[in-house]
Design a protein around this ligand. Structure first.
Ligand code: FAD
Length: 398
């Protein structure tokens, strides 16, 4: 049952929204979390890989929602050469349906009111300030007031747009993705390795992935650049990829979706409103991974929101502490990742194949970032220029 007013309304029960709702409730706020779908966590629009240690402060890893523990990443070119690298932290492949529901359950346990099948359809405003949310539930429209609203409504966020934030990325900063959940018959994969496949003929401007969910099941998908100048949609490229790599596999589910990869919106707050997670374009501008980043944003935003609500001042001036904290912590790193994506997407098939071939000749025990780089610079000097910026931002030699 919903009240007529709350301290905070969070729109969207993905990782960003549920984490924000839980933290705010734990911080003593009276919180409503709404989700438009009838079932939290479904439909899944994700390849479900996430860094375990970054996740840990927000939820204790639990085998109920873990499908695979990943020790290594294997990166392939179109010629079939591969380089195997250890991830920066152990990686999990999740069962997001259960994971997302668990996050919402924890929010409810912390005292937050969670309500599925309830959509935000507008914002309430007084003197240009956001003072609540207009919701639709079973065909009924209702206005619910809040001291602060958190927009956590994902990539197609309307809430942030209603609040006047600029949320539409250019096509050059947008991945279009397609993914199949595959059942692999008579063809086992290593359940401890995530595979990445790169090259313009595989996924122009993007990459393909195989994330295991056991030996004979995997999320197999790809993203292409929104300005893809190749021949065909992400879906068509994925069909080609699956026919080549997993002929005979069955498709248990299909998803398509877009992901902004511009780096976070410049403005993340207005009077009475904050935007977090995919709605704020906070996903990694190279890989488009956004689960961990959404949860970090949720923590940063609620830390500021709790103080603002307690002080009675939820103006943009006060909420901007979250915006500044985000940009201070991530801008240099994400700008470097952005440039790295631009750099790789400008390479042709032959250059990418050469790069992977060179790296494939290294032994795993030589795979320190420094050693890999030195080897690549020797054979591919053009890399040096770009790498300089990545090294100065501490991205690859830390
Ligand atoms: C194909 C694909 C593969 C991906 N793979 C990975 C991966 O392997 N690892 C990774 O870390 N990230 C991955 N991502 C990105 C990841 O899914 C997102 O970064 C992450 O889900 C962001 O969480 P969020 O809470 O911000 O948004 P979401 O998880 O999108 O949650 C937003 C929620 O808001 C709800 N909502 C929307 N509008 C309204 C409304 N008006 N009223 C009420 N509710 C509303 C939605 O139904 C949704 O539940 C992938 C994305 C795609 C598209």
């Amino acid at each position: 049952m919903m009240n007529a007013s709350y301290d905070m309304i969070v729109v969207g029960a993905g990782p960003a929204g549920s984490t924000a709702a839980r933290l705010a409730a734990e911080g003593g706020l009276d919180v409503l979390l709404i989700e438009k779908h009838q079932e939290i966590g479904s439909p899944v629009r994700c390849a479900e890989a996430v860094g375990q240690e970054t996740l840990r402060p927000y939820i204790v890893p639990d085998e109920r929602w873990i499908n695979a523990h990943i020790d290594l990443y294997a990166i392939y070119n179109s010629a079939g050469d591969s380089v195997v690298v250890p991830p920066t932290e152990p990686t999990l492949v999740l069962e997001r349906k259960i994971f997302d529901r668990e996050l919402a359950y924890l929010a409810a346990q912390a005292g937050c009111t969670v309500q599925a099948k309830t959509s935000a359809v507008g914002l309430l405003r007084e003197h240009e300030r956001v003072v609540g949310v207009r919701i639709e539930q079973r065909g009924q429209i209702r206005d619910i007031r809040a001291k602060i609203v958190i927009a956590a409504d994902g990539t197609e966020s309307q809430v942030a747009r209603w609040a006047g934030l600029k949320t539409v990325p250019s096509l050059t900063d947008y991945y279009v993705g397609a993914e199949f959940l595959l059942s692999l018959r008579g063809q086992a994969i290593d359940p401890t390795r995530c595979q990445y496949h790169i090259g313009p003929t595989i996924a122009p401007g993007g990459y393909a992935w195989v994330f295991p969910k056991g030996r004979q099941m995997a999320n197999v998908g790809l993203v292409v650049s929104g300005e893809n100048k190749g021949n065909g949609s992400a879906y068509a490229y994925l069909e080609q990829f699956v026919q080549r790599v997993f002929p005979g596999a069955s498709i248990l589910s299909e998803i398509t979706g877009g992901i902004p990869i511009s780096g976070a919106l410049k403005r993340l707050v207005t009077d009475g409103l904050m935007v977090i997670g995919d709605a704020a374009h906070q996903a990694d501008p190279l890989t488009a991974g956004g689960i961990n980043l959404a949860m970090i944003a949720a923590e940063m935003a609620t830390t500021v929101a709790i103080k603002a609500v307690r002080s009675g001042d939820v103006s943009a001036n006060v909420l901007r502490a979250y915006e500044s904290a985000w940009h201070r912590r991530f801008d240099d790193q994400h700008n470097a990742l952005y440039r790295m994506r631009k750099f790789f997407s400008g390479m042709d098939e032959q250059q990418i194949n050469g790069l992977i071939k060179t790296a494939s000749e290294l032994r795993l025990d030589e795979m320190t970032p420094k050693h890999v780089l030195l080897t690549l610079f020797k054979s591919h000097p053009r890399l040096l220029l770009e790498a300089t910026t990545l090294i100065t931002t501490g991205l690859i030699l830390k």
